[in-house]
Design a protein around this ligand. Structure first.
Ligand code: G3P
Ligand code: CA
Length: 267
């Protein structure tokens, strides 16, 4: 018989700092993750990719612009990726939060992040574009084991893994069934999953991550009846956060963890 899926605590509303506190610092940099940690977030969210030379890196896009040319992360080595500075774009797009020191922040690799934070934060890891990165799941699990982040008995699991790819999540499940898994969806208008899809989900997933605007109370209740949690992405408006909390969602992804923490605490 296959192992049981890992679940998440029912009585917790999770504040998931999307790319770190990415409204206030360049997403997926140590600065953004550190700020989220200082704010008291429950999880830092990171998207993982694999470079040509096999390094796991935290980044949003599968493509980066280097010397005025677009490059797939999968086609460049980690050293070359160090010539890309995510803070430049952040400073340009966010003048109110721009800082000179953001300009030279590098793209960080997963191991550096785990070395840096150890078990002082919880990680909500996305396996991005798994089809472009064969073997990425094994590498992620290897790092998590090396840093002793799996199979622990913490109030909140140290690690949650999310992906749009069901195959990728099932690979993780086969290796480490104790990691709670979140299947991501991008619905068109209204979030909805058939009975068959729900039955498949409960074989391995703890819940779903869905675009916030599509979430209804009926969807949340249907998911809860199956013991599946719902985490909407990405919510930066405080009123919307309160509305979603009232709909019964189990947490949310936000670029502004400070606001979500206020909502969580009912302040
Ligand atoms: O992982 C949930 C949400 O982050 C998906 O959006 O920002 O990774 O494209 P993103
Ligand atoms: Ca993500």
């Amino acid at each position: 018989p296959s192992a049981n899926r890992a679940t998440l605590p029912d009585d917790e509303f999770l504040v998931i700092a999307h790319r770190g506190a990415s409204a206030y610092a360049p997403g997926h940099t140590l600065a953004a993750y550190e700020l989220a940690q200082r704010m008291g977030t429950d999880y830092i969210e990171l998207d993982l990719h694999l470079t040509k030379d096999g390094k796991l890196v935290a980044l949003h896009n599968t493509v980066v612009n280097l010397r005025d040319k677009e490059h797939l992360v999968a086609n460049i080595n980690f050293d070359e990726l160090q010539l890309y500075f995510p803070g430049n774009e952040f400073n340009k797009n966010n003048p109110e939060y721009a800082l000179p020191e953001f300009e030279r922040l590098p793209v960080v690799d997963f191991e550096t992040i785990l070395d840096h934070f150890g078990d002082t934060v919880n990680y909500y890891i996305e396996i991005k574009s798994p089809k472009s990165y064969p073997g990425i799941e094994k590498k992620v699990v290897r790092q998590l084991r090396k840093h002793d982040l799996i199979g622990r008995d913490d109030l909140l699991p140290k690690v949650i893994i999310q992906s749009f790819g069901e195959t990728s999540l099932r690979k993780i499940f086969a290796m480490e069934p104790s990691i709670p898994l979140i299947k991501l969806y991008a619905f068109d208008k209204i979030a909805s999953l058939s009975k068959k899809e729900r039955q498949q989900l409960v074989q391995y997933a703890a819940g779903v991550g869905v675009n916030a605007k599509t979430v209804t109370n009926a969807f949340v209740e249907t998911m809860h009846q199956e013991g599946l949690h719902v985490h909407p992405y990405t919510v930066n408006n405080e009123k919307m956060m309160r509305t979603l909390k009232e709909l019964g969602v189990n947490g949310l992804f936000t670029d502004k963890p400070d606001l979500a923490i206020r909502v969580k605490k009912n302040k």
